[in-house]
Design a protein around this ligand. Structure first.
Ligand SMILES: Nc1ncnc2c1ncn2[C@@H]1O[C@H](COP(=O)(O)OP(=O)(O)O)[C@@H](O)[C@H]1O
Ligand SMILES: [Mg+2]
Length: 554
């Protein structure tokens, strides 16, 4: 299975070349790696049919045929293109540094070069011997004039096998010199290689080298070093962030229905799930009232499934501070795929993709949104996407269509039963010292009473009352009392009072589109809006009596 990403690349590349796609564009940092794969492809008769010679061009050496030195006279881009124009054998021309002429790296586009490339089009399409031009560049820069003629070819990050080969080579080389102690079983070796997934080959090599020199030995403990190195590198990209969290699913109060759904999908990544004919889950969209635990549960999935969690910052993708937006999106997708099985978390997704259905700004955000949706729909790598949204009205309709997310959940104000859970969790979490606890006992009755008093409070407000109560006791240097909690509750004006209308409108939306995250038995005592409520529920009181979202229990 691992082999296949390399093979897949070779196949699609050879198909494009045979079909005479004139210009291919491969955005990647990994020049060496892509070049060696192109060579493998162009010399493989079974794949390419007509074997081709390989030329590479760079600013410093001009055009050079494999095994020969560069031709001095082809150092300018125009001369290089003229050479390609008249060359009459089957060949592939790999052009490095051409993004410079396209308006990359802060330069003006070079219209001579762009024009010359366009002139080359019919020649490449009709020449007697097949000729292909491949642009390899660390960034994707496309001048409008060439947008239609360039085919972008995705080049994934190295597969497990590729990384493992590099590691094995390094180990062999060091064994020979004997300077570094190698203390690894073949299993440890695999673990080290796996830890480096998501890095380029070069980065992986550096990470392994660092692990070796750090204490003069390479052993299973070095997995941590590799992972740390990876975190640093991913952090530098600024788009993705590794979330290290100790949060467990038990730290989330209520939302039992959503928890069960997630629980059933645990291990669906493994081969045994494939035996059941199950596809890897695509992901879930969690919508709902702010402060009710959406982000919290997203983080907790990582521990439940024991998978790495990466947060995608859409704001940064669009800001264009780091690289072009489209390229950022592609890079992010490649990284999570390379690390898969993994979880990709997009918090408050509506902020990134809003305005798209409403005309919004130019083509860029539409294209990025399109890239994302297509990927969601077609991805085969086990990457689970967990997206959260507060303002669902800003979500483009396409995102909600079938085939994108496996399920859309709605997190409403916590029910009484759920508030008991949340109180229990937060009081237990903070109330540890016997001195602070004093005579206070967290009985069922106490919880019942606290939950009763906090109808209409969101989870974050429940947590806040616990904190406020503790402050009260702390400032008087005494142990906590039930009255502290009650006072804190009385002094809180919950969001649901001032925002009743917004909450009602969220529910109206969710009642037809989303499944309630709260399980049925925890909703006992509340009206189901779909069935019971034909009244004008936008008044504060009714908000508290009902709950939204379709009642489907998992
Ligand atoms: N269901 C819950 N269980 C436990 N704590 C909660 C719950 N809902 C909210 N909280 C508390 O409120 C904080 C904010 O919740 P968060 O998950 O960020 O809300 P949002 O739904 O807006 O993403 C959490 O970090 C947690 O401390
Ligand atoms: Mg949130």
């Amino acid at each position: 299975m691992e082999e296949s990403s390399v093979l897949h690349f070779q196949k699609s590349l050879s198909n494009l070349m045979r079909a005479r796609f004139p210009f291919l564009y491969i955005p990647t940092w990994e020049e060496e790696r892509v070049l060696s794969l192109i060579r493998l492809t162009t010399s493989n008769e079974a794949l390419i049919k007509t074997v081709r010679k390989v030329f590479t061009w760079s600013l410093t050496s001009g055009l050079a045929e494999d095994g020969q030195t560069g031709r001095e006279e082809t150092k300018t881009a125009i001369k290089c293109l003229e050479f390609i124009e008249t060359y009459d054998h089957p060949a592939v021309f790999i052009l490095k540094d051409f993004h410079m002429f396209f308006g990359g790296v802060g330069k003006q586009p070079d219209y001579h070069v762009i024009r010359k490339l366009r002139d080359l089009l019919p020649v490449l399409k009709q020449s007697a011997s097949p000729k292909n031009v491949i642009i390899v560049s660390p960034t994707l820069v496309l001048p409008t004039e060439l947008e239609k003629e360039m085919t972008i070819v995705d080049f994934s990050l190295p597969s497990f096998t590729e990384i493992k080969d590099v590691l094995s080579e390094m180990i062999e080389a060091n064994k020979a010199s004997g300077r570094i102690i190698m203390d690894l079983t073949s299993e440890d070796e695999e673990r080290l290689a796996k830890a480096a997934l998501g890095l380029t080959l070069h980065e992986a090599e550096n990470a392994f080298a660092r692990a070796m020199v750090e204490n003069g030995r390479l052993d299973k403990n070095d997995v941590e070093i590799i992972l740390e190195e990876k975190r640093q590198i991913i952090k530098k990209s600024e788009i993705l962030e590794f979330i290290k969290t100790d949060l467990k699913i038990e730290d989330v109060g209520g939302l039992e229905n959503l928890k069960r759904w997630l629980f059933k999908r645990n291990k669906s990544w493994l081969d045994s799930a494939v035996q059941y004919g199950l596809p890897a889950p695509k992901g879930a969209l969690i919508t709902g009232v702010p402060g009710c635990g959406k982000s919290l549960i997203a983080k907790a999935i990582s521990a439940m499934w024991q998978l790495p969690l990466l947060r995608l910052d859409l704001g940064k993708i669009f800001s264009g501070i780091v690289g072009s937006s489209e390229e950022n999106m592609r890079k992010a997708i490649k990284t999570v795929e390379a690390i898969s099985p993994s979880i990709l978390w997009i918090d408050e997704i509506e902020k990134g993709f809003s305005g798209i259905s409403h005309g919004g700004d130019s083509g860029t955000s539409n294209r990025i949104f399109g890239t994302f949706l297509t990927w969601m729909q077609e991805k085969t790598k086990p990457v689970f996407v967990i997206a959260t949204a507060n303002n669902i009205h800003a979500l483009p309709a396409e995102m909600l269509r079938k085939g994108r997310f496996d399920e859309i959940f709605f997190v409403d104000l916590p029910t009484k039963k759920e508030r008991k859970d949340i109180f229990r969790l937060h009081i237990h979490k903070r109330l540890k010292s016997p001195k602070v606890i004093g005579e206070f006992q967290l009985t069922e009755d106490t919880l019942e009473q606290l939950a009763e008093l906090t109808e209409g409070y969101v989870g974050a407000e429940v947590e806040q009352t616990v904190i406020t109560a503790l402050f009260e006791a702390f400032s008087e240097e005494r142990s906590i009392r039930l009255e502290d909690f009650i006072k804190a509750i009385r002094n809180t004006v919950p969001l649901s009072i001032t925002q009743a209308e917004q909450i009602q409108s969220l529910r109206n939306w969710a009642n037809v589109r989303a499944v309630a995250a709260t399980v049925k038995e925890d909703r006992l005592g509340y009206l189901d809006q779909n069935i019971d409520s034909k009244t004008d529920a936008s008044k504060g009181e009714d908000i508290k009596l009902t709950r939204g979202g379709r009642a489907v229990d998992f």
